[in-house]
Design a protein around this ligand. Structure first.
Ligand code: ADP
Ligand code: MG
Length: 294
């Protein structure tokens, strides 16, 4: 390929909403063997809505649970937090100020509301914080996650107080995007901090080959390096929330949408069109442009 044909190709890609930030990304895309995806905000639209809320403490009714949980979440930027705030607004629930808020990345959040300490997050977070979780609750988490929902627990003053779930929809075109990558001979993978059952539900619906769930943000890069060893040159596609290190570790980091500034800076390619089919399109364009070199 000549410098001119590469310029023509990157120009064509830009016209389709595929922006190459690194000059050699087009070359590296040609050899990609495995495409790994973030789940929330990438394969899903990332705007979940509250689907389930159940008090686990007899002294709490559902509106009280929701109001307290939404009050803690008002200080969080996680998509889960947005779902809770939307629900509180819809139900006109009164929010209280949160004190001592802390985000526990990849696990949950904590804060003090109306004189109570609240801890919100996944089951491992509860166990690590000394909050007992009965087998019946674990089974309920499993059942909700099996429907592809993201589940979290709420503990008040160190005791389990509720189980909540949010549901996100798949990004339009996601199934086709995965099919097209398989047609190009690639393997596909899903990497998420979410529960294994939720990850498997999404992967099953999309036909994704490899699933890594319940991964902590700091372990995502390590998992990518394992995939590179097993499968070869790797592209990672993420929306940039919590996944800047993964975008930087991949041979080709692809950020979807406007994303965060950090994500854009860590990415080699930006899909301005927010279309997952652009991943296969970019790889096909790269192969076509560079077909004549060894
Ligand atoms: P993902 O990799 O899908 O973006 P995260 O690493 O952000 O997932 O979160 C992993 C898990 O931690 C969630 O599935 C949820 O159970 C819990 N969690 C994270 N943030 C929050 C929050 N703000 N409120 C409640 N639970 C949370
Ligand atoms: Mg995400």
């Amino acid at each position: 390929a000549t410098p001119i044909s590469i310029m023509v190709a990157t120009g064509r890609a830009a016209g389709l909403g595929i922006v190459f930030r690194q000059g050699d990304a087009l070359q590296r895309l040609r050899n990609v063997r495995v495409a790994a995806f973030d789940k929330t905000g990438t394969l899903t639209v990332g705007r979940p809505a509250l689907s389930d809320a159940q008090p686990l403490d007899g002294s709490l009714d559902c509106p009280t649970l929701l109001a307290a949980v939404a009050s803690v979440q008002s200080a969080s930027e996680h998509p889960i937090a947005h779902a809770l705030l939307d629900a509180a607004r819809t139900e006109s629930l009164p929010l209280s100020p949160v004190e001592g808020f802390e985000a526990l990345t990849g696990a949950g959040v904590r804060g003090r509301v109306d004189g109570h300490d609240w801890l919100l997050g996944n089951e491992p977070l509860m166990r690590n914080s000394g909050v007992p979780v009965e087998a019946g609750v674990t089974a309920r988490i499993q059942a909700l996650a099996g429907q592809g929902k993201t589940v979290f627990l709420a503990a008040r003053d160190g005791r389990l107080a509720g189980i909540l779930g949010v549901a996100d929809s798949l990004r339009p075109g996601a199934r086709e995007a995965i099919d097209r990558l398989h047609a190009l001979g690639l393997k596909t993978a899903l990497i998420t901090g979410d529960h294994t059952a939720a990850a498997q539900a999404v992967a099953g619906e999309l036909g994704i080959d490899i699933v890594h769930a319940q991964t902590l943000p700091e372990h995502k890069a390590e998992i990518l390096r394992g995939l590179q060893r097993d499968a070869g040159t790797l592209a990672f596609v993420g929306d940039g929330i919590n996944d800047a290190p993964a975008l930087a570790t991949a041979d080709v980091g692809i950020a979807i949408g406007q994303g965060t500034d950090v994500a854009i800076e860590s990415a080699d390619v930006v899909l301005m069109n927010e279309d997952l089919n652009s991943v296969a399109r970019a790889i096909a364009l790269s192969r076509l442009t560079l077909r004549n070199i060894g």
